[in-house]
Design a protein around this ligand. Sequence first.
Ligand SMILES: *Cc1c(COP(=O)(O)O)cnc(C)c1O
Length: 436
Amino acid sequence: MTTFSERAAAILPGGVNSPVRAWNGVGGEPTPLASAHGSRVTDAEGREYVDLIGSWGPAILGHAHPTVVQAVQEAAAAGLSFGATATREVELAEEIRGRYAPAERVRLVSTGTEATMTAIRIARGATGRDVIVKFAGCYHGHSDSLLVAAGSGLATAGVPDSAGVTKGTAVDTLVLPYGDEQALTDAFAEHGQSIAAVITEAAPCNMGVVQPPRGFNRLISTLCRNEGAVMILDEVLTGFRAGPSGYWGVERDQDLAAGVEPWQPDLVTFGKVIGGGMPVAAVGGRQDLMEQLAPLGPVYQAGTLSGNPVAVAAGLATMRLLTEDVYARVAAAADRLAGGVSGILADAGITHAVGRAGTLFSIFWGLADAPVTFEHVSRQDTAQFGRFFHAMNAAGVYLPPSAYEAWFVSQAHSPADLDLVLDAVRAWAAAESARA
Ligand SMILES: *Cc1c(COP(=O)(O)O)cnc(C)c1O
């Protein structure tokens, strides 16, 4: 009898349609998932898990929220795709701008990859320059120029770069260590006149969760402004999840509290949460830059299914449900889980660090301090994470199958769900410390 994994691998390369879903980093074979409701996912064999993947970010309300599902059903019944602008596209874009002022104009696309790719094209079109600066360990989707020293699935697989990306493309991408102010300042001193854009995750969350050193995002913004480059803030993962105005909003609130004028990105990309589990992403930003886009300007970008009415219905319903109260619940769940796991590991003498950015967090295995650079992150004890992952899975907890990913909680994670997770961590930690 062939297993599901064998059958999947006989048709889908690696058995998956996106590499982060494979268990290559931890070993073993995943069972296919059949359904997802609230904080739980159920596999094809009927086993239920407390889910900490959350579709890699979108499921901030919990899976299949009834209001969102109803909005999708009604939208589907009214037509799957029009190919002409519909009211809800405007409403979703307004909803984004209402929460995120730097997004003065918004274009909807279908994936985060398209959003960052478009942002880069706008920056190059507007500046007439070629070079893009990115930071090692930051993931911005799989377009060629951004697949240099990216995190996420590439970190898990230990692939520094992707094959199939030309030298010509890689030459125009300058990779710097994250958080290194001197390296950034030097790069501008040396290449300032050729830098079109600096792209950065608002807080890196694809090499585990890294809190940006205070002032680093502001420095990027200042250097870009002084040198005529464009700051692209990638909030595909953090947007409307790290906080009500993304991770930018977290820093803005800190600045306002300190009586400091907040910094602003020029362009910003969204995805994940704004689609509520359906394919919606967006690029937004300064009006003059966004109006470089066709049909107003010379930068071409298009999409047959951009702003798809069913997908937009899911995104709009999700955004409208994202109240302060939801963020408070997500933050409380993150606090309890991050603090609880860390406390258990510390009591068991297991070396680890917690990375935290707004309501997002991850655990770094075998590191004594929360890392900032990808070089530091990659010193993790991934073998220990593999043992942890499988013990948790057996106990009914579905973690991302990689030590380089955030743990995604939602408003639907109840105290009982978190107890289940913490009990599983406690049992594993006792066995793990006995092992040493
Ligand atoms: C997920 C992600 C992307 C890519 O989005 P897709 O929808 O998977 O193409 C880009 N940037 C960041 C920061 C992400 O987390």
